[in-house]
Design a protein around this ligand. Structure first.
Ligand SMILES: [Zn+2]
Length: 288
């Protein structure tokens, strides 16, 4: 890990070279997955518009919707599911709330601040609601606010719960795991697919919050396009896994986001997690 940090300080391109080398072992070509965490009611009102715009350019996102919000937005999420979108479990309870003093949504219900029994209960609740509302038996998972739930013992606990539900994969770890291990790897009998980092800052997650949502953001929509184009260039030269996520409410009115997605899909077919796993299963290494 220290070595990775040193490499990054010398030149972030070295981290991407390492990542590309790891990708080559698992992938025959580049793959692009776009997933959406739909954490607020604002997402419910814009998500169809975002979904259909993306489908027009050949992208079907994967959806991670907390159960409580899946119930509130069942009509639109059912409509999306009918277009063939993959849904993964993102917990049962809501993990944001509307803060009146801030006049915006703020985060709550962090798994690292809850007991393991509460975490387990929430994972089971999310699973049940997906089944009840969409008729989906989920086999993939994204931890709510996963950045704060990365301790080895947390991840081991998580895997044990997901295995109880017979899950195949989770996409709940930071980009550094992909540099340390592989872009897709098996740990505690579960496949993990870390999310993609920012091109100029490979240890930071490339989410839409940083560029379009955060009230104190320094990055701009133009920066998003530039960073995506850098990843696109690399993915056109060598097999690369691009696992980007965002929130529909951050980007529904942001042309630069849609332009960036179109640029990616021009050179890299968009797939679901299940599709990626089907193509790569035999090559995924086990950590232990
Ligand atoms: Zn979330």
């Amino acid at each position: 890990m220290l070595l990775l940090k040193i490499l990054n300080r010398i030149d972030p391109n070295l981290i991407w070279a390492l990542y590309a080398k790891r990708c080559k072992k698992v992938l025959d070509r580049s793959y692009f997955i776009l997933s959406f965490d739909c954490d607020t009611e604002e997402d419910i009102s814009v998500v169809w518009d975002v979904h259909s715009k993306l489908q027009d350019i050949g992208i079907t996102p994967v959806y991670a919707v907390p159960g409580a919000l899946l119930k509130k937005g069942h009509k639109v999420y059912k409509r999306i599911q009918k277009t063939g979108a993959e849904f993964i479990n993102h917990g049962g309870r809501e993990h944001t709330y509307f803060d009146k003093t801030l006049s915006r949504h703020a985060s709550c219900f962090f798994y690292d601040q809850e007991s393991y029994s509460t975490v387990k209960e929430d994972i089971f609740l999310g699973h049940k609601i997906l089944k009840d509302v969409l008729g989906v038996t989920a086999n993939g998972w994204r931890t709510p606010h996963f950045g704060t739930f990365q301790k080895p013992e947390d991840l081991e606990f998580l895997c044990s719960v997901l295995k109880e539900l017979d899950y195949k994969f989770s996409t709940s770890t930071s980009p550094q795991m992909a540099y340390q291990y592989d872009p897709i790897y098996k740990t505690h009998s579960l496949i993990e697919i870390p999310v993609t980092g920012i091109f100029s800052e490979p240890f930071n997650i490339m989410d839409t919050w940083a560029y379009f949502g955060a009230p104190d953001r320094v990055k701009t929509p133009e920066d998003y396009l530039v960073d995506v184009n850098s990843i696109k260039k690399l993915a056109s030269e060598t097999p690369l896994l691009i696992n980007i996520y965002g929130d529909p409410s951050h980007i529904h009115d942001q042309p630069k986001f849609f332009q960036a997605m179109k640029n990616l899909v021009d050179i890299t077919p968009n797939v679901s997690y299940s599709h990626l796993l089907k193509d790569t299963y035999g090559k995924i290494r086990s950590l232990r």
